[in-house]
Design a protein around this ligand. Structure first.
Ligand code: GLN
Length: 288
């Protein structure tokens, strides 16, 4: 038996299960089971595997992981992590798996906000991917993140402890949106749940069956959280503060309208890598 054969076997099983990324996923799981990097895999894939206890265990782990993936358990839940902004975040079933889409939000903030002294608030933080990557890559000295889910916050705490060096103020607060917040901020970010309730059942099984509904479900029209966030945000912003919201590809106009109505200025929609509307930013910080 060779690694190459194991890869083909796993790929075939995943194709039959409808995995759209069968080959890539099988390879990732094989590397994970054998604790191999790509270079060693490519060098050794045609060699007969030795009959050691360690190899037997790796083969068994691999089969077990392929079986899970055949049930459409997300790859990230099987391996336990996901890369985001070049950092590795732990994930589990209590948080939304960080998406490349959300890197657009982080990149926009990093581009527009160079002052490290600015205070950052991230609501609906989940795994903490936005808050932690802003703290690490933007160097912001004071970052607060909130989430309603205590399980999500536990994971965000683990990610923060692993990825941050403790030289800055990083706080996690449990509560509904702004409920646990008692200070004002210069930058507010959020990737709230924004999928219309009816659409959730049409999503891929990985998302629909394994990711938390509370991180996806944006009420009947998908805009429920934006109404609340935009309505309350001004009260938590310093003068000249900015807000950055991730949105669904077809929500740019609606969220822009909400920001305008709440008195935000310089509102702009930013597109993601595939060219879809993905972030809306605006400036507020004074009452109108
Ligand atoms: N972008 C995610 C998806 O399409 C949804 C994220 C969200 O609701 N905040 O699965």
């Amino acid at each position: 038996m060779t690694l190459h054969q194991l890869l083909n076997e796993g790929t075939d099983a995943l194709v039959r299960a409808g995995d759209p990324e069968a080959k890539l996923d099988a390879r990732r799981l094989l590397l994970e089971a054998f604790h191999l990097d790509t270079v060693h895999f490519l060098m050794n894939r045609m060699q007969q595997l030795e009959q050691t206890e360690a190899v037997r265990k790796a083969v068994c782990d691999y089969h077990c992981m392929i079986k899970k993936r055949c049930r459409r358990v997300p790859l990230q839940h099987i391996v336990g992590n996901q890369d985001f902004m070049g950092l590795t975040f732990k994930v589990n079933r209590h948080v939304l798996i960080p998406r490349q889409d959300t890197e657009t939000l982080v990149e926009t903030v990093l581009e527009e906000q160079k002052d490290r002294k600015k205070k950052v608030l991230d609501i609906c933080t989940g795994s903490g991917c936005i808050a932690v990557s802003l703290a690490v890559l933007g160097g912001y000295e004071d970052v607060t993140a909130t989430d309603l889910s205590p399980e999500a916050l536990r994971l965000a705490k683990e990610n923060a402890e692993r990825l941050l060096d403790g030289s800055r103020r990083f706080r996690l607060l449990q509560g509904d949106l702004f409920e646990p917040v008692h200070e004002t901020y210069d930058i507010i970010t959020a990737n709230p749940p924004y999928i219309p309730t009816e659409i959730i059942k049409e999503l891929q099984p990985e998302v629909r069956d394994y990711e938390p509904a509370m991180a996806l479900d944006g009420d009947e029209d998908g805009l429920g959280f934006y109404r609340r966030i935009v309505g309350e945000a001004q009260a938590y912003m310093n003068p000249g503060g900015s807000i950055y919201l991730e949105i669904g590809y077809d929500q740019g106009e609606a969220v822009t309208g909400l920001l305008e109505k709440a008195g935000f200025r310089n509102i702009r929609i930013i597109k993601d890598a595939p060219g879809l509307d993905r972030v809306v930013r605006g400036e507020g910080g004074c009452y109108v």
